[in-house]
Design a protein around this ligand. Structure first.
Ligand SMILES: NC(=O)c1ccc[n+]([C@@H]2O[C@H](COP(=O)([O-])OP(=O)(O)OC[C@H]3O[C@@H](n4cnc5c(N)ncnc54)[C@H](O)[C@@H]3O)[C@@H](O)[C@H]2O)c1
Length: 491
C-alpha cells in the first residue's frame, strides 16, 4: 500500500483551501499551488482562520495550530509538485482547464505520483486520457465544506490500475473521512441521485402540483430532510444545478435529468440562489431566507365527514380534538383518506366542492389534496383543520403520489437501479446520501422503512399517471416484492 506523505493541492479556492487544511491536519506535508495571488491570500487566510477557531474552541493547542500551518506551503509552483506522492486538482469545473493542467502535471510529477481530480461532474476518464499515466488518475471528490463533510467519493475508471483507488480510499480514512468507491459515471452517487430529485421537484412546481413553500415544507417535515428542495437548489446555485443536470442528461438521455425549464429561466435572469440574493427564495443581506406571509390563525369551525381507508380511526382523532363529525352527505367539509385520484369519491356526494383528499405523511405532515371540483374555501378550511390537529398542511393537486411520494419514490427507484447495475454497494449508496447530503437515512434504508411492496405499488401509480419511463419500478424491486423479500440490503 502506498504511503502518501507529501500531497499537492492545485487551486486554493472554495474547495482547495479546505482540502489543503484537511491534509495538513492529518499530518501530511501540503504544497498548495494557486494561479491568482488574491485567491492565494484568501486560501492562506482560510486555513489560518479555521485553525484559529479550533484553538479558541479548545480543539487544537496553539502549538498544534502552528504545526498545521507550518505543513502547508502556500505559494508553490507546479514544478514544486515533482516530489508529491499525490496531487489533488481543485481548479474550476472547465474541461479545457483541467485537461491542460493534467497534461502539465503528468510532465512535471514523478511517474508514481497519483493525480486526483475533485471534479463534481466531468468524466474522470477523459481527464485521465490527457496523461501518459491514465492508470494513476482517479477522482477524489470532497464535499463542501471539505473540513466538515465526512464523505469522499473515490472514483476509479476502467483504466485505473489495481490498488490505486484502494490507496486513495485508505488515505481518505486517514483524513477521518468515509470514502465510497464508485465508477466514472456522471454525477457519481450523490449528485446523480440528488440532482435527479431536485430537478423533479422543480418539474412538479412547474406543473402546478404544489407551491414552492408547500413542496419545501413537505420534504422537510414529511420526509425528514434537512432542507426543502428549493432551499437546497438555491444553496447549490441554480446555474451549477442546471449544469450538473445537463451533464447527467448528456450521459443518461433520461428526461428526468433534462434541466427543468424554470432552472434555465431563473439562472438566465441572474437569479442564481443564495449567492445572488434571490433564486426560488429571496435572501436578506445575511443570507437568510426572507419569510413569506404567516399562515392565518383562525381555527377550523364546522363539521367534517370522513371517507376512505382508516376513516373510523381518523374520525376518532377528530373527536378527540373536539371537531364535530357528520355524514359525508351533510358535512361542511368532506375528507377522503385516499390515494389519487381523490376525485373518485366525489361521485354521489351532493356537494363535491366540499371534498378534499387528506394524506398523512409521518407524524407531522398532512397533504391536503384539492380535486378539480374542490372550492378554494374548502381547501382553506381543510388547511385550518389540519393545523388545528397540530400538523403541517401541504396543499397539492390530485396527482399520483401527491408531493412526498412523487419525489421520494423515484429517487429511491434510481438508487435501486444504481445498486442493481453494480455501480456502488448498498452500504456505499446509503452512506453517500447520509454523509454527502445530511439525510437521516440512505435511500435503500428509507426503502426498507416504507416497505418494498408499498414503494413498488406507489411507483406503478406514478408511472401510470406520468408515463415517465424511469418511474416504472426497477426490475429488481419488482422481483424482490414477488419473491417476498423485505430488504434490498439483505441480499
Ligand atoms: N464548490 C463546491 O461546492 C464544490 C464541491 C465539490 C467539488 N467541487 C469541484 O471542485 C473544483 C473547484 O471548485 P471551487 O468551487 O473550489 O472553485 P473556485 O473557483 O472557488 O476555486 C478554483 C481556484 O482555482 C484557481 N485556478 C484556476 N486555474 C488554476 C491553475 N491552472 N492553477 C492553479 N490554480 C488555478 C482559481 O484562481 C481559483 O482560486 C471544481 O471542479 C468543482 O466542480 C466544488
Amino acid at each position: 500500500m502506498a504511503a502518501y506523505e507529501t500531497v499537492g493541492v492545485v487551486g486554493l479556492g472554495t474547495m482547495g483551501a479546505g482540502i489543503a487544511e484537511v491534509f495538513a491536519r492529518a499530518g501530511l506535508a501540503v504544497i498548495g499551488v494557486e494561479a491568482d495571488p488574491a485567491a492565494l491570500e484568501r486560501g492562506r487566510g482560510h486555513v489560518q482562520r479555521s485553525t484559529g477557531r479550533a484553538v479558541s474552541r479548545g480543539r487544537l493547542t496553539e502549538a498544534e495550530r502552528d504545526e498545521i500551518i507550518g505543513r502547508v506551503t502556500f505559494a508553490g509552483s507546479l514544478e514544486d509538485l515533482h516530489e508529491a506522492d499525490l496531487v489533488v486538482e481543485a481548479i474550476p469545473e472547465v474541461m479545457g482547464l483541467k485537461r491542460a493542467l493534467f497534461t502539465e502535471l503528468d510532465r512535471l510529477c514523478k511517474p508514481e505520483t497519483v493525480l486526483a481530480t475533485n471534479t463534481s461532474s466531468l468524466p474522470v476518464t477523459a481527464i485521465a486520457a490527457t496523461t501518459g499515466r491514465p492508470g494513476r488518475v482517479v477522482g477524489m471528490h470532497f464535499f463542501n465544506p471539505a473540513p466538515v463533510m465526512r464523505l469522499v467519493e473515490v472514483v476509479g475508471t476502467v483504466v485505473t490500475e489495481d490498488g490505486v483507488a484502494e490507496d486513495v480510499a485508505a488515505l481518505a480514512r486517514r483524513l477521518g473521512k468515509t470514502p465510497v468507491r464508485v465508477g466514472d459515471r456522471a454525477g457519481f452517487v450523490v449528485n446523480r441521485l440528488l440532482l435527479g430529485y431536485l430537478n423533479h421537484a422543480a418539474a412538479l412546481l412547474e406543473r402546478g402540483v404544489a407551491s414552492r413553500d408547500d413542496i419545501d415544507a413537505a420534504m422537510r417535515a414529511g420526509a425528514g430532510l434537512p432542507m426543502g428542495p428549493f432551499a437546497l437548489l438555491d444553496l447549490i446555485g441554480l446555474d451549477t444545478s442546471r449544469e450538473i443536470c445537463e451533464v447527467l442528461f448528456q450521459e443518461t438521455r433520461d428526461r428526468v435529468h433534462a434541466p427543468a425549464p424554470i432552472l434555465r429561466e431563473l439562472a438566465a435572469a441572474g437569479l442564481l440562489g443564495r449567492k445572488s440574493g434571490r433564486g426560488f427564495h429571496a435572501y436578506d443581506g445575511a443570507g437568510r431566507d426572507t419569510p413569506g406571509t404567516a399562515p392565518g390563525g383562525e381555527p377550523f369551525a364546522g363539521t367534517v365527514g370522513v371517507l376512505g381507508e382508516g376513516a373510523e380511526a381518523f374520525a376518532a382523532r377528530l373527536a378527540d380534538a373536539g371537531v364535530a363529525t357528520a355524514g359525508p352527505r351533510d358535512a361542511g367539509l368532506v375528507v377522503a383518506l385516499s390515494p389519487a385520484p381523490v376525485v373518485q369519491h366525489a361521485a354521489g356526494l351532493p356537494h363535491p366542492e366540499r371534498l378534499v383528499g387528506l394524506h398523512l405523511v409521518g407524524e407531522e405532515v398532512a397533504e391536503v389534496v384539492s380535486t378539480a371540483l374542490t372550492s378554494p374555501g374548502t381547501a382553506e378550511a381543510a388547511r385550518r383543520l389540519v393545523r388545528g390537529l397540530g400538523l403541517t398542511p401541504v396543499a397539492c393537486a390530485d396527482r399520483a403520489g401527491f408531493v412526498v411520494d412523487a419525489l421520494l419514490l423515484p429517487y429511491i427507484n434510481d438508487a435501486v437501479r444504481m445498486y442493481d447495475s453494480g455501480y456502488a454497494s448498498a452500504e456505499d449508496i446509503d452512506a453517500a446520501m447520509r454523509l454527502g447530503c445530511g439525510y437521516p437515512a440512505g435511500p435503500l434504508e428509507t426503502l426498507d422503512a416504507i416497505g418494498l411492496r408499498n414503494a413498488r405499488d406507489g411507483l406503478r401509480a406514478l408511472y401510470d399517471e406520468y408515463r415517465e419511463p424511469s418511474f416504472a419500478p426497477a426490475p429488481l424491486l419488482d422481483r424482490l416484492v414477488t419473491a417476498g423479500v423485505t430488504s434490498v440490503r439483505s441480499r
